[in-house]
Design a binder for this molecule. Structure first.
Ligand SMILES: [Zn+2]
Length: 101
């Protein structure tokens, strides 16, 4: 998944009354096949923050391991909920290492 699509699907910016909130959609598992997604506030900015700064903040979130990770085997950036640890994604873990979920 390229970064642009990742941003579209997993990051949302909302202008509230008092601040601008950047949300990240986190994926949790309530069973092997039951992902639950939940929008969490990753960062808030004062109202009037320029879109350039917001873009920079979004790029910082993409490299933040709390939210996303890059798989060393397929080199794909994925939401942390789809990672198996910090350096391997779940697809590679099950395809290349026999991990069963
Ligand atoms: Zn992978």
């Amino acid at each position: 998944m390229n970064d642009q699509r990742l941003i579209q699907e997993f990051i949302r910016v909302e202008e509230q009354l008092r601040e601008i909130r950047i949300y990240v959609r986190m994926i949790r598992w309530s069973g092997p096949c039951t992902p639950i997604s939940e929008w969490v506030i990753a960062k808030t900015c004062p109202l009037g923050t320029s879109s350039v700064v917001i873009e920079e903040d979004i790029m910082k979130l993409l490299v933040d391991q709390r939210f996303f990770g890059v798989c060393e085997e397929c080199h794909d950036r994925k939401p942390s909920g789809r990672m198996h640890g910090t350096t391997l994604c779940q697809s590679c873990a099950s395809q290349n290492h026999g991990v069963v979920y």
